[in-house]
Design a protein around this ligand. Structure first.
Ligand SMILES: [Mg+2]
Length: 175
């Protein structure tokens, strides 16, 4: 049997990377603001052959602040506003202060699941996130990491850019 070719992938954090960080959980579509230029940046990555997979901690589910159905409505809306460019959303419903879950970032179980389900080539893939736990998880998986931040901070990421648009320019420039 012929083995399918492995795919390259961009793993994306959601809040603060795709949509504006609200400082709280986003439970309603009305509170969702996609960052300017993100949809075009995602489409550019797709045109370069990358899978786009969102991995997001959504502990508000465990806290009872919103349901899985409400989260699906938010993710459907993100897809609608980003030209359906995202291949999959994986989320952790856990709350880190309640359990040190392997699913919850910086745990890596969701990455491992996606890598297996989509037959991903880690050596050609990237993690983009705006917090330390994103970078820790990405490094544990041997992904190249980009921190989105305009602050004076560093978590041993491979690169740092001020937004997703600049991160995409960087990736396309390197690959
Ligand atoms: Mg974030």
């Amino acid at each position: 049997m012929k083995t399918a070719k492995k795919r390259k992938c961009i793993f994306l954090d959601r809040d603060g990377v795709i949509n504006e960080e609200s400082g709280d959980y986003i439970a309603r579509v009305e509170d969702l603001k996609i960052i300017n230029g993100v949809s075009q940046a995602l489409q550019l990555l797709k045109s370069h052959g990358y899978l786009l997979i969102v991995i997001t901690n959504q502990g508000g589910i465990t806290e009872g602040l919103f349901t899985r159905e409400q989260l699906k409505v938010i993710h459907d809306e993100i897809q609608k506003r980003c030209a359906k460019s995202i291949d999959a959303f994986y989320y952790s419903p856990c709350r880190s202060r309640f359990s040190a879950s392997l699913v919850h970032k910086p745990g890596t179980l969701l990455y491992e699941k996606a890598i297996s389900q989509f037959n991903i080539d880690i050596s050609k893939s990237w993690m983009i996130g705006d917090t330390e736990r994103d970078i820790i998880a990405g490094k544990k998986m041997n992904l190249r990491t980009i921190l989105i931040s305009d602050k004076e901070e560093s978590f041993k990421e491979d690169y740092k850019t001020k937004n997703l648009i600049s991160a995409v320019d960087l990736i396309i420039g390197i690959s």
